[in-house]
Design a protein around this ligand. Structure first.
Ligand code: SF4
Ligand code: SF4
Length: 425
């Protein structure tokens, strides 16, 4: 797209053009330093570079063109919002980035200062008119996964059209019933928004699309168990981040191509880092675009990240939705069962997450685990302590890091990560 076309698009969405220009300039520099500087990248990473370079351009144009044909756009912040239902209503689902410090001052007029950066970021992007995805949404779906989010949505809902889903805190039979009812309520909201009825046929087709995407991401995740690691943690994170906003069918095809290339590399004994490089599993809070600080610090400290136990990673892709039911009720039951397996830190108790982290570290032949928690995130801060104990029991070296989206602590974090990596080599 030409510069003039980009500008016209952003103006039509009423973005704050000077502030948006400044944001893109920072993002471009950040991307160059963190991504383009990598050695030995896969050829398929060109797709990632292209999508990122046009993240506020071509994909937005595509979304706007589709909107002109009458399709609706639904924005989400959490993997508890089933893309299967959104697609079955013939709507587009986009994960709204909340990975940068932007509009913080404005955000703090709506949410308390001691709120995690993820929440401040999505509020700030909206109030500062910086995000073309948020401005393209016909509906934004929130969920009650933590107190910070559920209170923020009350205030945020005064600025955007919102639907809030209740996500239970436990996993007993009555909690499952509650979530099943919430899926029906979301289905009704989508039907009202789009004017389309969700049928067994449309839900079955959508489930296939979403499962195929998960299959490609799982394939990529499995290939990372090879030594030398065939892809950097940064690129793998980007793949997971892009999975939230690119067209799902195109994305799946591209990731399968990337996996073919990874398989060829593994066969040839090639990788992004020499064999024997310390391998780390990153666990914890999700990392939305452009939250690349910690992965960069880790991979520039002599280690390679081989997996992400995160919602932008394994936690989101581990489970498929059962495709065997043929009636709508059975399919909604299958969706309920699939989504209730997510081991978000908002659940109590949540021991399955501890088991999953240890199993994943073993499967990926990780030498250690780094837990990433966002400052002011209560659920993951509590779990960081539990994960530490579980890793000690499993004999896995462990480091817990709490940080925000700012760069002030980058030097201090690097020192801690380097010291940790040294103990592994
Ligand atoms: S960590 Fe929990 S609240 Fe956050 S995206 Fe994942 S499931 Fe949703
Ligand atoms: S990072 Fe923690 S506090 Fe922030 S929205 Fe997610 S669960 Fe809530």
């Amino acid at each position: 797209m030409t510069d003039a076309a980009h500008m016209a698009l952003w103006e039509s969405l009423d973005l704050d053009i000077p502030a948006h220009d400044a944001l893109l300039a920072v993002l471009g520099k950040f991307y160059g330093d963190i991504y383009l500087s990598q050695q030995g990248r896969l050829k398929g990473a060109e797709y990632l570079d292209f999508v990122l370079s046009e993240v506020h351009g071509l994909r937005i144009k595509e979304i706007q063109d589709t909107k002109a044909t009458g399709k609706k756009v639904v924005g989400t912040f959490c993997v508890f919002v089933p893309e299967e239902l959104t697609l079955a209503a013939d709507a587009i689902q986009v994960g709204l980035c909340a990975g940068a410090k932007a509009g913080t001052e404005k955000a703090e007029t709506l949410v308390p200062r001691n709120t995690c950066d993820l929440i401040k970021s999505f509020v700030g992007f909206k109030l500062a008119r910086l995000c073309p995805y948020t401005e393209s949404c016909d509906l934004i779906v929130g969920e009650t996964t933590c107190d910070g989010k559920k209170k923020a949505y009350e205030a945020f809902g005064e600025h955007v059209p919102m639907h809030v889903m209740e996500v239970p805190q436990c996993k007993g039979p009555c909690d499952r019933d509650l979530f099943r009812a919430e899926l029906t309520r979301y289905k009704d909201a989508l039907e009202k928004l789009t004017g389309n009825t969700i049928t067994a046929a449309s839900l079955a087709a959508a489930t296939k699309v979403v499962n195929a995407k998960r299959q490609a991401l799982q394939r990529l995740a499995r290939l990372r168990s090879a030594d030398p690691a065939p892809i950097s943690g940064r690129d793998a994170l980007l793949v997971n981040q892009i999975s939230f906003y690119d067209d799902p069918v195109r994305f799946t095809a591209k990731i399968n191509e990337l996996c073919d290339e990874m398989e060829a590399r593994i066969k040839a004994g090639q990788g992004v880092a020499p064999s024997g490089t310390p391998r780390l599993l990153l666990a914890g809070c999700p990392m939305a675009v452009p939250n690349w600080k910690l992965p960069y610090l880790i991979e520039s400290s002599g280690a390679v990240i081989v997996g992400e136990e995160s919602c932008i990673g394994e936690r989101n892709t581990r489970d498929f939705t059962d495709e065997t039911p043929t009636d709508l009720d059975g399919m909604l039951d299958a969706l309920t069962d699939r989504y209730m397996k997510i081991d978000c830190a908002c659940f109590t108790p949540n021991t399955e997450r501890l088991d999953h982290i240890a199993a994943l570290a073993k499967e990926l032949k990780a030498d250690g685990v780094i837990h990433y928690g966002l400052l002011f995130c209560q659920p993951y801060a509590h779990e960081a302590l539990k994960v530490g104990k579980a890793m000690a029991a499993a004999g896995l070296p462990y480091l817990a890091i709490e940080t925000d989206y700012g760069m002030v602590d980058a030097g201090q974090l690097k020192t801690r990560v380097e010291a940790f990596v040294e103990t592994l080599s």
